[in-house]
Design a binder for this molecule. Structure first.
Ligand SMILES: Nc1ncnc2c1ncn2[C@@H]1O[C@H](COP(=O)(O)OP(=O)(O)OP(=O)(O)O)[C@@H](O)[C@H]1O
Length: 245
């Protein structure tokens, strides 16, 4: 589904992402982990089009998308949630998701205009999936932190992505909110059959969601494998898990 080949990003003389290769299969949940400053955020910016690669390729179903504009990549089916917050705080929860659904269908968003029944159904379906149906008429700004993150997932789902990029989905969350988010993502991923690439520091989240894990250190891939292989990899324990666990 998504493949990166020798992906490299340099800022002046500093190479933040250095010759990274990996392939994420259809329906796979891949976690990207690594120490602070390893290059995870830069890698996500390269996948979503927010940065142009210095060298290398990003392929979606074999088609090169590396260096294309974020809206182009989004239109091809890659959505990104978190770190790039898309919430309109003064809109209701419902309207936030409606904007995303309508944008995906490239319809004009008339705020007081006729609401297509099919679109409304889609929005309600998404809100039910992320457990926000009861809060649909609330202003987004009044939601609790954990619910705002759930709304971000809902907005990302509005564009019916095939690949969902999640930047640290549980950053800043309480242990309770973190467990809720893991459950929510497990449910959404299974229901939609999504392909997911996520970066995360919390190992409970990583081991609770990922089918495979890629470990990045100093811009390069240190290891790749199943959660079990990564947990037992001596290089990974030395570079990362030793300090994180
Ligand atoms: N625009 C930029 N210009 C110069 N250097 C940059 C830029 N963006 C990132 N870097 C550098 O690239 C390196 C990798 O940063 P990046 O944010 O990708 O790491 P990260 O793995 O996401 O870290 P964290 O886990 O702390 O979020 C860092 O040393 C950072 O200072």
């Amino acid at each position: 589904m998504m493949r990166v080949v020798e992906l490299t990003k340099s800022f002046g003389g500093y190479t933040a992402v250095n010759g990274v290769n990996f392939t994420v299969a259809d329906g796979e949940v891949r976690a990207i982990i690594g120490p602070n400053g390893a290059g995870k955020t830069t890698l996500f910016h390269l996948l979503s089009g927010h940065l142009k690669p210095t060298r290398g390729q990003v392929l979606l179903d074999g088609v090169e998308i590396g260096g294309r504009a974020p809206h182009h990549i989004a239109r091809r089916g890659v959505s990104r949630a978190f770190q790039t917050t898309n919430i309109f705080p003064s809109f209701t929860v419902f309207d936030n998701v409606l904007v995303s659904v309508l944008a995906h269908h490239r319809r004009q968003f008339h705020f007081w205009g006729r609401r297509d029944a099919e679109m409304v159904k889609r929005v309600l379906n998404i809100l039910e999936m992320v457990h926000l149906a009861d809060a649909k008429d609330q202003l987004a700004s009044t939601l609790a932190h954990g619910d705002q993150r759930a709304l971000e997932v809902a907005i990302a789902l509005g564009s019916e992505p095939r690949v969902l990029l999640l930047d640290e989905p549980t950053a800043g969350m309480s242990p309770y909110e973190t467990q809720e988010m893991i459950r929510l993502l497990q449910h959404v991923i299974a229901d939609r059959g999504l392909t997911v690439i996520l970066s995360e520091h919390d190992m409970d989240v990583v081991f609770g969601l990922a089918h495979r894990i890629t470990v990045i250190e100093a811009g390069s891939v240190l290891a790749e494998g199943t959660p079990e292989e990564i947990r037992n990899n001596p290089d990974v324990i030395r570079a990362y898990l030793g300090e994180a666990q």
